[in-house]
Design a protein around this ligand. Structure first.
Ligand SMILES: [Fe+2]
Length: 491
């Protein structure tokens, strides 16, 4: 069976609201809250199909767990991209690897009036009690976490155009701050850190507190943060900003792999924003940082899921994923040790585990920035061909791996939810939305995070397209009225 079906074989996810999803197994009493997940709801608009897994119209999904029961709702993000797609049947804005059909004149005019997609489909964040759908464009979309209805557009840095950001802001609840990295493109481009006080009512009106000029900016999907430092890992997948200005091809296709540059690491002081050091490592590429910490030996240790080159991006084109023997390059968990003083040679990222892993997750609320982090969860390809078909748990200490796999099942990101009184790091559950390709439906899988044994699954009557990131909020309950059916969109 082709593996591309996991992404588009079932067409569009329908909008539904289900107050009681059938559960097989017994959910733990303590497990209460909501998983909100983001991703593409469809790859088809009118006669056109998006080209890449990272394209598509955003759809939010909410699984609420309470008293051993599960409710579910989903809804397309009601943005301009969505409205034009539905009303006019066309792709209106440039996406990661898909451009609207435009005349050369329209392309030229876009230089003077550039537009970014508002289809914020990659991640979720809660900032100052606002729930946001996040995109790599500066446009973020606020939504109501109960109804999933769209509230409006906001952004990390919308003062003017010509920038991209990451969908992986770091949130520090103790310091009440959210930090994100923005790349501003121009004659002189800049990497800029933006910081938001999360106690402020003024959503996302933060300050710029660190920046670094760059001639050819890199495609950067996330960044590192330790207790005392911020880390930009600048991969040699870079763009000439003029190419973006002219926009003759989709966004990511303007970037070029230049391994001769090596991978450059820029470390900043987290308190002052001052540049601390820049060093060079062997060339590699990564989407996701996993953790970073300040070591006693005076270095910053940066863990990420790394690839030898950026060809993984090409493997996510939908036509490639439709090939029967698709090969996705495996990312592996690697560790960079960045000395902050003294002489050093070219750095090399050490492989912590040979296990392929993507969409890495950890017990973020307790162990982000900690040197004691031991377990990393993620998805992985079981053999060397096919789409992500297993969940893995890598033990950094013993360098061993535990696996969950079921035939013809394709799990999404694993989200760790810890038991509130936990002592052991992995005392909790791992949640994953899994597509069952045989039944043509998806289910919410609940694994014991310690053993990776299945505890329960809540089975939806429909498939959910393979998405990206989600967040679990233990204080978010959809409704105080059990049995209430939330209104679906359009009803
Ligand atoms: Fe990501």
């Amino acid at each position: 069976m082709s593996t591309g079906f996991a992404l588009h074989g079932f067409g569009e996810s329908p909008e539904v609201a289900l107050d009681d999803v059938p559960v097989r197994g017994t959910l733990p009493e303590w497990l209460t809250g909501s998983l909100i997940r983001n991703g593409p709801g469809t790859f088809q608009v009118g006669e056109r199909r998006y080209r890449h897994w990272f394209d598509g119209l955003a759809m939010l999904h909410r699984f609420t767990i309470r008293g051993g029961r599960v409710s579910y709702a989903n809804r397309f993000l009601e943005t301009e991209s969505y409205r034009i797609a539905r009303e006019e049947g066309r792709i209106a804005y440039p996406e990661f690897a898909t451009d609207p059909c435009r005349s050369m004149f329209a392309r030229a005019m876009a230089v003077f009036e550039p537009q970014a997609t508002d289809s914020a489909k990659v991640n979720i964040a809660r900032v100052a009690d606002h729930y946001l759908a996040l995109a790599e464009t500066p446009i973020q979309v606020e939504f109501d976490p109960e109804t999933l209805r769209t509230v409006g557009v906001t952004g990390w840095d919308t003062s003017d155009f010509g920038r991209m950001t990451t969908v992986h802001p770091h949130l520090d609840e103790e310091r009440h701050e959210a930090i994100n990295l923005v790349t501003r493109y121009g004659a002189v481009s800049n990497y800029v850190f933006r910081r938001v006080d999360t106690t402020e009512a003024g959503l996302l009106h933060g300050d710029t507190f660190a920046s670094r000029a760059v001639r050819e900016p890199s495609y950067i999907h996330s960044f590192g943060m330790s207790e005392r430092h911020l880390v930009i890992v600048e991969f040699p997948l870079v763009v000439n900003p003029i190419s973006l200005l002219l926009w003759l091809r989709p966004y990511i296709e303007n970037f070029r792999w230049k391994p001769g540059r090596g991978t450059r690491i820029h470390v900043f002081d987290r308190a002052s924003g001052a540049h601390v050091r820049s060093v060079t490592a062997d060339p590699f590429f990564a989407f996701h940082h996993v953790n970073a910490y300040d070591d006693e030996d005076g270095s910053v240790v940066v863990d990420l899921v790394a690839y030898d080159d950026a060809s993984v991006i090409e493997s996510f084109y939908l036509h490639r994923l439709s090939e029967p023997d698709v090969q996705i390059p495996p990312g592996t968990l690697r560790r960079l040790r960045v000395p902050l003083s003294g002489p050093h040679g070219r750095l090399h990222a050490e492989e912590i585990s040979p296990t392929g892993i993507e969409l890495p997750s950890i017990d973020y609320s307790r162990l982000n920035t900690s040197p004691h982090l031991r377990y990393v969860y993620g998805i992985s390809v079981r053999s060397d061909r096919g789409f992500y078909d297993q969940l893995v748990k890598i033990d950094i200490e013993t360098r061993t791996t535990v696996v969950w796999h079921e035939a013809e099942c394709y799990p999404g990101e694993g989200v760790f939810v810890g038991r509130p009184e936990r002592v052991a790091e992995d005392d909790g559950v791992l949640l994953s939305v899994v597509l069952d390709a045989v039944r043509g439906t998806s289910f919410l899988l609940v694994l014991d995070a310690a053993t990776f044994a299945e505890i329960a699954r809540a089975e939806l009557p429909h498939p959910v397209l393979m998405g990206y990131h989600g967040q679990f909020y233990d204080d978010l309950l959809a409704s105080d009225r059990p049995g209430q059916v939330l209104p679906a969109h359009g009803s």
